[in-house]
Design a binder for this molecule. Structure first.
Ligand code: SF4
Length: 475
């Protein structure tokens, strides 16, 4: 099992490729998924086609574990030109093998495979209607709802049916779909979840992040626009603006989720994180001797804070490269020690007044342990600075932020959180400061202010998700 520190968890990464000449599509998908591993570590899958056959391999586990040479060999169709891939962390549908993606079905449009990132907030309602009409579901994840909706439009082409379904689904999502001869990619009208287009000699690639394009040598072309449907086939790349764009991409992509080596919707992730730190330093200056970031995602903001404050940056926390996964049972004692498995203080903080920069505080438990660890190692003062505003509301668009009652900022004031984590001072970046740092006109900030751009189903309904009790499934 994985032992992440107390962070929101991203849901999924998607990848798709279509080439006009046969190639090792499985290898391209495999590499692409490596670059998207941070977006989901519970399961992964690849589906490829040579125009006649479709081969799929998927399972629970990391990309490196699931795709053995043997499994990749099964995906190496000699004339393969089309493929999609997926890395998954479940927020809807339990973490079971049958929920791993890509999801494949035989339909009136031939064999289809689908992989998605994000949530359809009205999936449960649609699914219940379909169950009443006699539809059959094999998984408990909401991707199956979309693929069933597409199949319902039997008189329409795959592109036309997908465009129709885009208007029926609500929420925040980015989806890739393939049949034997092409791939489709789309984003919801708000562009909450990212999807970028890349070009290879003789084809096109779609991926959640630019890193998955550059790793296979593709040139980054542009982002899929909110509400846009793109199709890559033998005639090239075609685009259709299906829904009126109302862009509010997820601010957390820049705070924490996305890799720092690319740009989303025109805003460079690393530069945005540096600016968050600079703005934090201006909003909440403090006299200190050293700036320390919590690895990995707090480091860029810490460097920004150091630059703006003139206080030196140092590596005050060492992160073990081998503590990402452990198979030890997480009993209470080990849970308490888990932060020590990952992080240990260095001599850089001994006898110093430390500014500790992190990207978020969710429950506050890990933050408190890190503060205590620094004090135990000799820090004289610990001033905590956070490059996201307080998380007060759950996310309904594919991010697991924990239930509302578990969020420290939902039930405590900043001063109460400061006392809980034992810091000398505590400051969260302002919403305005965060928006300035990202530099996009509007982003989703719903987990900070409760203003959900694409609506929401309510916390109870979201918690129930699509986990229908068996008797309900059978009725
Ligand atoms: S609610 Fe928060 S985590 Fe969810 S999409 Fe909006 S900004 Fe991102």
């Amino acid at each position: 099992m994985t032992w992440p520190l107390d962070k929101p968890r991203e849901e999924c990464g998607v990848f798709a490729v279509h080439l006009t000449a046969p190639a090792d599509v499985a290898a391209l998908c495999h590499l692409g998924l490596f670059a998207l591993q941070h977006r989901g570590q519970e399961s992964c899958g690849i589906c490829v086609s040579d125009g006649a056959e479709i081969a799929i391999e998927k399972d629970m586990g990391l990309v490196a574990e699931v795709f053995t040479e043997e499994r990749l060999a099964k995906l190496r169709l000699p004339a393969a030109r089309t493929g999609i891939g997926h890395t998954r962390y479940s927020t809807t549908g339990s973490s079971l093998r049958f929920n791993a993606q890509p999801l494949t079905v035989r339909s009136n449009k031939g064999i289809l495979a689908l992989a998605h990132n994000g949530n359809f907030t009205n999936a449960r309602i649609i699914r219940n209607q379909m169950l009443e009409d006699g539809a059959v579901f094999q998984t408990t994840n909401d991707s199956e709802v979309m693929i069933n909706l597409i199949a319902r439009y039997s008189h329409l082409s795959l592109e036309q049916a997908t465009a129709r379904v885009m208007g029926e689904l609500q929420g925040g999502f980015a989806v890739v779909i393939m049949d034997k001869t092409k791939v489709l990619g789309l984003r919801d009208a708000h562009g909450v979840r990212p999807l970028v287009i890349g070009r290879l000699p003789g084809g096109y690639v779609l991926a959640s992040e630019p890193a998955a394009l550059t790793i296979i040598g593709a040139e980054v072309v542009r982002d899929v626009q909110p509400g846009e449907l793109v199709v890559a086939d033998d005639r090239g790349l075609h685009s259709r603006q299906v829904l009126t764009p109302q862009p509010t991409p997820c601010a957390f992509e820049w705070i924490y989720f996305a890799r720092g080596d690319g740009a989303l919707d025109g805003a460079d992730v690393h530069e945005a994180r540096l600016r968050m730190g600079e703005i934090l330093a201006r909003e909440a200056p403090v006299e200190a001797d050293v700036i320390v970031g919590v690895p990995d995602s707090g480091l860029a903001a810490a460097i920004g804070y150091a630059r703006a404050s003139g206080i030196p940056y140092d590596l005050g926390l060492y992160k073990s490269p081998y503590a990402g996964r452990t198979f030890i049972n997480p009993n209470q004692r080990l849970r308490e020690l888990k932060v020590h498995l990952k992080l240990t203080p260095t001599a850089a903080i001994r006898g110093k007044r430390v500014v500790l920069v992190d990207d978020s505080i969710v429950r506050g438990t890990t933050s408190g342990r890190i503060v205590q660890m620094l004090r135990d190692a000799g820090a004289r003062e610990v001033h905590f600075r956070v490059s996201s505003p307080p998380i007060k509301y759950p996310c309904y668009y594919g991010i697991d932020t924990a239930a509302r009652q578990e969020l420290a900022a939902a039930t405590m004031s900043v001063e109460e959180i400061r006392q809980k984590i034992g810091a000398d001072t505590l400051y969260f970046i302002s919403e305005a400061g965060l928006s300035r740092a990202i530099g996009i006109a509007e982003t989703c900030l719903a987990c900070f202010n409760g203003a959900y751009p694409a609506g929401h189903p309510g916390e109870e309904a979201a918690k129930e998700g699509l986990e229908l009790p068996l008797f309900e499934l059978a009725s």
